[in-house]
Design a protein around this ligand. Structure first.
Ligand code: CS2
Ligand code: MN
Length: 349
């Protein structure tokens, strides 16, 4: 596996020279944050990002995310133009050696929490999600949250919510298939593997359809275009927020088929209703058996990219919620240990 770390570019309070000191870091996962959603990613900006990463002796092989324009998800006639742009961005990224592009197909909002800094018993804090407040809440009263990359106005959000009512789950699936049928061949040509990120949380919020929640959904998506360039980002934190998801079994199935290209590793403490709080990466702190997940990757010969996903805020750190340095560094070190042990000592032979 190739361990990596997400970084938000020069404005990120986490600096690359600090990331350099985490053992076994192979690469940096990043994106262009100043290109408007849907526009082509210009080559010169991609080169500048790559250079700033390589200066610190990291590989730049994974992009998270190239965002999907809302018109594509809504299936509007204008989607063809946005899809053409997407294919051009992939060609540009492939030309500098990017191997995996992570994206999601969540309508309107990326990852969503009802609280960003709920205290944990050890004095740290982390993001949490309460199912009742997310369904009850009137979205227009919600504050901007960090996972929401775009700051829509309340009017825009209301219009989008209305648009998605007529799309529904089936419509959204059709629109994803339309997107993949066009984008996957372009990715293949560019030497890139597409890796869809699951919905976070893995359930409908605000009445919006969600189609990347469980084993059946993932199977369906992989079958839309049956080739390696159509693959998965397997996020244990997102999928782990539904206790019905058997994560090691899913890893065995999809990694066994070589369709997982990017492993997001994080832990959540989840209850049967789907309420959850993010916790340390350590298995016993949450609901995800990280050792069993790593074992499943090992047994299936996984050699793709891994990163410690969201961490808590610990040791007084102030940073982007979920994306501080300290707890993700601890998570990375812990994952290195699980991986090394699984590799050296417990593989049946
Ligand atoms: C994160 C996501 O919530 C998570 O698990 O990893 O924000 C992820 O970065 C995006 O949804 C990928 O497009
Ligand atoms: Mn993730």
């Amino acid at each position: 596996m190739k361990m990596s770390f997400r970084w938000y570019g020069d404005t990120d309070p986490v600096k690359l020279h600090s990331v350099r000191q985490i053992p076994n870091m192979h690469g940096i996962v990043s994106a262009l944050y100043d290109v408007p959603l849907g526009d082509v990613w210009p080559l010169d900006k991609i080169h500048a990002l790559k250079n700033s990463i390589e200066k610190h002796r990291f590989a730049f092989e994974v992009v998270e995310s190239v965002g999907v324009h809302e018109d594509i998800k809504l299936g509007k006639p204008s989607r063809n133009r946005w899809i053409d742009n997407y294919c051009q961005s992939l060609a540009n990224l492939g030309s500098v050696g990017v191997k995996v592009v992570c994206y999601n197909f969540m309508p309107v909002f990326d990852w969503t929490r009802t609280e960003l800094d709920r205290p944990l018993p050890d004095g740290s804090n982390s993001g949490a999600f309460d199912v009742n407040s997310a369904t009850r809440a009137d979205v227009s009263k919600w504050k901007y949250l960090p996972g929401w990359d775009i700051r829509y106005t309340h009017e825009q959000v209301s219009a989008l919510l209305a648009d998605y009512q007529s799309v529904g789950e089936e419509g959204l699936r059709d629109h994803l298939a339309y997107f993949l049928e066009r984008v996957v061949p372009a990715a293949r040509k560019a030497g890139i593997k597409m890796a869809i990120h699951p919905d976070d949380p893995p359930r409908p919020i605000f009445g919006l359809p969600r189609i990347v929640k469980n084993r059946g959904d993932l199977r369906h998506i992989l079958d839309m275009v049956k080739e390696p360039a159509n693959g998965l980002t397997f996020c244990t934190g997102s999928l782990g927020a539904d206790l019905r998801n058997d994560l090691p079994a899913m890893v065995r199935e999809f990694s066994g088929e070589r369709r997982i290209h990017f492993a997001h590793m994080r832990n959540v403490k989840t209850d049967a209703k789907g309420n959850f709080q993010e916790v340390s990466h350590y298995s016993q702190d949450g609901s995800v058996d990280m050792a069993a997940v790593v074992r499943a990757y090992q047994d299936t010969g996984f050699d793709g990219y891994v990163r410690p996903d969201h961490g808590r805020m610990i040791w007084g750190e102030k940073g982007n919620p979920g994306y501080g340095l300290y707890d993700r560094a601890l998570g990375g070190a812990y994952l290195n240990g699980l991986w090394e042990a699984a590799e050296k000592y417990t593989r049946p032979n």
